[in-house]
Ligand binder design. Structure first.
Ligand SMILES: [Zn+2]
Length: 163
């Protein structure tokens, strides 16, 4: 039984092709949930994530997993460039440099991951954030918040945890 509300609002900001779904890049949107959704579905912005998570854990799904969303830009991870083609993008509403993630946001991303973990064969070391795939260019997440969410993900899905 899902704990958090989820709804779809498809974004037009996608590139044709198929995402290899090797892992996930986490972001924060800076903007609050509502205005961020407006921007993410505006063709003029050109940007998108697969999902956006509000402070209360509500999720908006903007694109199917296998779509190529526009979230990482110039980026590289594990020796591959262009993370948009092989990583999904999930953003937390808000700015992690200003306010920490809420407990509901962390629980909600775990729920979102749970639905996909086995299907995509993910491991904790394939979950990262924008700051790490675009060093010097992007600063999301704030390192202390990355540490929190990474700890929660490893606790849930890492060795010794339930699948
Ligand atoms: Zn970002």
């Amino acid at each position: 039984m899902p704990r958090f509300r989820e709804f779809a609002r498809p974004t037009p900001n996608l590139t044709a092709g198929r995402n290899a779904c090797l892992g996930v890049v986490l972001h924060h949107s800076v903007m609050p949930f509502g205005p961020a959704l407006d921007r993410l579905t505006d063709p003029a912005s050109g940007v998108s994530y697969h999902a956006l998570i509000d402070l209360d854990g509500t999720r908006c799904v903007l694109a199917p997993d296998d779509a190529i969303a526009h979230h990482a830009g110039v980026s590289s991870f594990r020796g591959r460039d262009g993370c948009n083609r092989f990583m999904l993008g999930v953003a937390f509403a808000g700015d992690t440099w200003v306010e920490p993630l809420t407990a509901a946001q962390i629980d909600s991303v775990l729920e979102w991951l749970q639905d996909r973990w086995t299907r995509h064969g993910w491991t904790p070391d394939w979950i990262t954030d924008h700051r790490q795939v675009a060093p010097g260019r992007k600063n999301d997440l704030c390192p202390s918040e990355w540490t929190r969410v990474e700890g929660a993900i490893s606790g849930r899905f890492g060795a010794g945890g339930p699948p």
